[in-house]
Design a protein around this ligand. Structure first.
Ligand code: NAP
Ligand code: MG
Length: 403
């Protein structure tokens, strides 16, 4: 069989620890035998970030703007313990944070559904995608402790002159207070990313905030979404046969629990942080959660939602056998290859990516899986495989069904 060609490259961003081991495995077992892989490679291992003073992270992010599609391995975000472990020059920032700041986007997280790994919510049949706004609100807040009685005021001094002021509270005794902000430009790009993603995946988009209580702040999110929808997306949604609606976040929570799934749920920053953990856990496992950063300018960065699986890596280093689940990283690769195929009208590449996903799911549904899934699967006759035996089994399933 001739290998599938890729005219244009994707940006390949390698990472750390067990996911770096899996990364090479996925390429060797599942991609290179079938595709003439065309990537521009960036090594974001912590060693190389330290060596390049983190310039490699910036270079990789800028390269995504050129090629539009990237696949990223999990990376260590260093803390004090890692600074010591890797003898770092400095406690480098989160690579995901750096890349997000350069691309300006929204993070979409979607569980991989397989028969035999049942969601804890009985009605859920299809994946629920959380679209999390990744700027502002309490993540950029200012907080104070009022340690005596006093008056708290919120003041805005316009550069054009003029002052707006509101009394927050007249404290009779001790208390606490907080101010937060967001930007129209960021909310607008959040809205467009959500609308574009919904059109791309042909799923309904739901958005909820607490606008009945927050009559200016949350209400503004609602208005921005509604305005952009009416002006730019209403017709496209009609043509695609999908729906957008806004309702209170409490109402969304109630509806989501009773739904079959199959929608995109847009969340403000904090709501998305909390709800994506709830949805991932309710679907079964972080190792079965994919994640993609979509920028308003049409750049796509695919990754797994989990980290570098440090404990498994230490076992691997000691020469012990590991059983690490590679599904989310396989789907990061297939997602990026599929997107490359769609942008380049490369039908063969799209089909390969889709079939690789089908083969991975079929492997688990046939009972072959890693330890984490083995512990919670309802299937009988489960065969728990080690990290590489699972990749080999997926390869065999692909070859049997799709070659
Ligand atoms: P983690 O790597 O996601 O692992 C937490 C635990 O979840 C593991 O110890 C393992 O449990 C289980 N797990 C996660 N992924 C798995 C998989 N693919 N297969 C099987 N089990 C899996 O999170 P962490 O330990 O908090 O973080 C480790 C490093 O990852 C940190 O340095 C952090 O900075 C980094 N991180 C990176 C990203 C990213 O790049 N996107 C995201 C999060 C964290 P058992 O040990 O019980 O088997
Ligand atoms: Mg969280």
């Amino acid at each position: 069989m001739a290998k599938i060609k890729m005219e244009k490259p994707i940006v390949e961003i390698d990472g750390d620890e067990m996911t770096r081991v899996i990364w090479a495995g996925i390429k060797d077992y599942l991609i290179k035998p079938f595709v003439e892989l065309n990537t521009e490679y960036y090594d974001l291992s912590l060693e190389n970030r330290d060596k390049t003073d983190d310039q490699v992270t910036i270079d990789a992010a800028l390269k995504i703007k050129e090629h539009k599609v990237a696949v990223k391995c999990a990376t260590i975000t260093p803390n004090a313990q890692r600074v010591e472990e890797y003898d770092l020059k400095k406690m480098w920032k989160s690579p995901n944070g750096t890349i997000r700041a350069i691309l300006d986007g929204t993070v979409f997280r979607k569980p991989i559904i397989v028969q035999g790994i049942e969601p804890f919510v009985r009605t859920w049949k299809k994946p629920i995608t959380i679209a999390r706004h990744a700027y502002g609100d309490i993540y950029k807040d200012v907080e104070l402790v009022a340690d005596t009685a006093g008056v708290a005021k919120l003041t805005y001094v316009s550069n054009k002159g003029g002052i707006k002021e509101e009394v927050v509270h007249e404290f009779k005794d001790k208390g606490i207070l907080m101010a937060m902000h967001n930007l129209d430009s960021s909310i607008e790009s959040f809205a467009r990313s959500c609308f574009n993603y919904a059109l791309d995946s042909k799923e309904d988009l739901w958005f909820g905030t607490k606008d009945t209580i927050s009559k200016k702040y949350d209400h503004h999110f609602k208005d921005v979404f509604n305005d952009i929808f009416k002006k730019e997306y209403k017709e496209k949604f009609n043509n695609a046969g999908i729906e957008y609606f806004y309702t209170l976040i409490d109402d969304i929570v109630a509806r989501i629990i009773r739904s079959e799934g199959g929608m995109i749920w847009a969340c403000k920053n904090y709501d998305g942080d909390v709800m994506s953990d709830m949805v991932a856990s309710a679907f079964g496992s972080l190792a079965m959660m994919t994640s993609v950063l979509v920028s308003p300018d049409g750049y796509f960065e695919y990754e797994a939602a989990h980290g570098t699986v440090t404990k498994h890596y230490y076992q691997h280093q000691k020469g012990e056998t590991t059983s690490t689940n590679s599904m989310a990283t396989i789907f990061a690769w297939s997602g990026a290859l599929k997107k490359r195929g769609q942008l380049d009208n490369n039908e063969e590449l799209i089909r390969f990516a889709e079939n690789l996903e089908k083969a991975s799911i079929a492997t688990i549904e046939a009972g072959y899986m890693t330890k984490d899934l083995g512990q919670m699967s309802a299937l009988e006759n489960i065969v728990v495989l080690d990290t590489f035996a699972f990749l080999q089994k997926v390869k065999e399933t692909y070859e049997e069904n799709f070659l």
